[in-house]
Ligand binder design. Structure first.
Ligand code: 5GP
Length: 187
């Protein structure tokens, strides 16, 4: 692969994680998830060093000061960031770092790399109404939280043109096929 990094973004609840699971099952792509550092607490079943590096706010701030992050951002009151050491670890193994980050973080990454070094994806919902339905169907948020989330999504959608590839997540398997073909086409 000529490209060094895959940057994968899109509004939350758009279904990025489901697409990713399929991508990582395809060994020929040699993708390896870049494990981010975060100050948020682990959810049930999440393992330190597998899903995230779970660190304290203090540790996180120290790493910011030491310039250890490629990018970091605050998301729903927690900090998330991509460590330079993590990207190097993956490249040294001969794999391709795959970064799943929220939209602003993804834009910050793109600013630090040349266009030809990255394959960037923005995963979008079939429609805003459909995304709202999906969030509502999870039933975990209040009306106020849903409105806040949707306002953020509208904001994030304005950056869609900054990404090299826009893939609609209507049918998951079709989205997986599209992303796979794009990555393979960059080899
Ligand atoms: P969650 O808390 O649900 O795991 O993730 C919340 C959001 O943080 C998601 O949109 C995810 O893409 C984003 N995120 C995860 N890792 C990083 C990172 O390293 N940097 C940034 N900017 N966002 C991240």
């Amino acid at each position: 692969m000529n490209k060094k990094l895959v940057v994968f973004t899109g509004p939350s609840a758009v279904g990025k994680a489901t697409i990713e699971k399929h991508l990582f099952n395809d060994e020929s792509l040699k993708l390896e998830l870049s494990i981010s550092a975060t100050t948020r607490r682990p959810r049930e079943g999440e393992i330190d060093g597998v899903h995230y590096y779970f660190i304290s706010g203090e540790e996180f701030d120290k790493k910011i000061k030491n310039n250890e992050f490629i990018e970091w951002n605050e998301h729903f009151s927690n900090k998330y960031g991509t460590l330079k050491s993590e990207i190097n670890r993956i490249i040294d193994k001969g794999n391709v770092p795959f970064m799943e980050v929220e939209v602003i973080g993804a834009m910050n990454i793109l600013e630090n790399y040349k266009d030809e070094e990255t394959i960037s994806f923005f995963i979008r919902p079939p429609s805003m109404k459909e995304l709202e339905n999906r969030i509502r169907a999870r039933g975990s948020e209040t009306e106020e939280e849903i409105s806040e989330r949707m306002a953020r999504v509208y904001d994030e959608m304005t950056f869609i043109n900054k990404f090299q590839h826009v893939v609609v997540n209507d049918d998951v398997m079709k989205a997986v096929e599209n992303v796979t073909n794009i990555i393979k086409g960059n080899k």
